[in-house]
Design a protein around this ligand. Structure first.
Ligand code: C5P
Length: 236
C-alpha cells in the first residue's frame, strides 16, 4: 500500500526546470505492422533511449507527451504516455499532441506495412509461403518537420546507422527537414541495441559534436540540456 502511494506521488509530481512551460513530444519504441492477427513486421527497438529522453524532459519541467510503440518498459513518471501499435497510429497520436515547442523522434518506425493485412490467421499451405505485398508507411518525422502550421520550433530525429554514421546523418538532416539529428552506430559491434550505453553524434546545421560513450540516461540528460539552451537562446 505504502509503496504504491509513493510511486503515485512521484508520477504526479510537478518538476520545475529550464523547460517549465514548454511542450515536448517524444516518440519511442518500435511499431508493429500487422500481417494477420498474430504476426507482424517490426524493427528492433527496446524504447530505452526514447523513454529516457521523455523522462529527462519531464524532469526539466516540460509538459511531455510520449507516443510509444509496444515496449517492455514502465511509463516514465510525470509523462503523459500514449500507447500505439502501428506507424499510422503513431502519426495520428503525434498530430493530436501538437502544438509543441520541441518534438524528438526516437521511435524505430517500420518503413513498410503489409498493404492488405489479413483479418484471419494465414494458414500454412503445402504450396509454399504466402507473398506479402508491402506499402510505405508515413514518415512521421518528415511530416512534422515539413509542416507550415504547428511546426515545433525544434524538430529532432535519430539516425541509426551501421556505417558512415555522420555522413548518412547529414544527408538525413536535409531529406527529413529536421533541425538536429542524433546519429548512433547500431552495428553489431557497438552493442547499442537493447544495451544500456550509447555513443552518439549531434548533427546540426552548423556542425557535428561527438559525445563520449555514456548511458542512455546520460545521453537523454545531455540532449535535454542542449534543447533547453537552444530554446532559451532561440538557436536552431
Ligand atoms: O529514415 P530513417 O528510418 O532512418 O529515419 C530515422 C528517423 O526518422 C528517426 O527519428 C525515426 O523516428 C523517424 N521516422 C519516422 N517515421 C518513419 C520512419 C522514420 O518518424 N516512418
Amino acid at each position: 500500500m505504502e509503496i504504491a502511494a509513493t510511486v503515485e506521488t512521484l508520477a504526479a509530481r510537478d518538476f520545475h526546470g529550464p523547460l517549465t512551460g514548454r511542450r515536448v513530444i517524444v516518440t519511442s519504441g518500435p511499431t508493429h505492422e500487422p500481417i494477420d492477427p498474430v504476426r507482424y513486421i517490426a524493427n528492433r527497438s527496446s524504447g530505452k533511449q526514447g523513454h529516457a529522453i521523455a523522462e529527462a524532459a519531464a524532469q526539466a519541467g516540460a509538459d511531455v507527451t510520449l507516443v510509444s510503440g509496444p515496449v517492455n518498459l514502465p511509463d516514465p513518471p510525470g509523462v503523459k504516455t500514449v500507447h500505439v501499435e502501428s506507424a499510422r497510429d503513431m502519426l495520428v497520436a503525434v498530430e493530436k499532441a501538437l502544438p509543441a515547442d520541441v518534438a524528438i523522434f526516437a521511435a524505430a518506425v517500420a518503413d513498410w506495412r503489409v498493404a492488405q493485412a489479413d483479418s484471419q490467421k494465414i494458414k500454412k499451405a503445402a504450396g509454399g509461403a504466402p507473398e506479402l505485398s508491402l506499402t510505405e508507411n508515413p514518415d512521421i518525422l518528415a511530416t512534422v518537420a515539413h509542416k507550415t502550421a504547428k511546426r515545433p520550433q525544434l524538430v529532432i530525429g535519430f539516425a541509426a546507422e551501421t556505417e558512415k554514421v555522420v555522413e548518412h546523418a547529414k544527408a538525413k538532416l536535409n531529406s527529413k527537414g529536421c533541425d538536429w539529428i542524433i546519429a548512433n552506430d547500431v552495428s553489431a559491434k557497438s552493442g547499442v541495441m537493447g544495451g544500456e550505453d550509447n555513443t552518439v553524434h549531434l548533427v546540426t546545421g552548423s556542425g557535428v559534436e561527438s559525445w563520449p560513450k555514456q548511458s542512455k540516461d546520460d545521453v537523454a540528460r545531455q540532449l535535454i540540456t542542449r534543447v533547453a539552451a537552444a530554446i532559451a537562446g532561440q538557436l536552431q
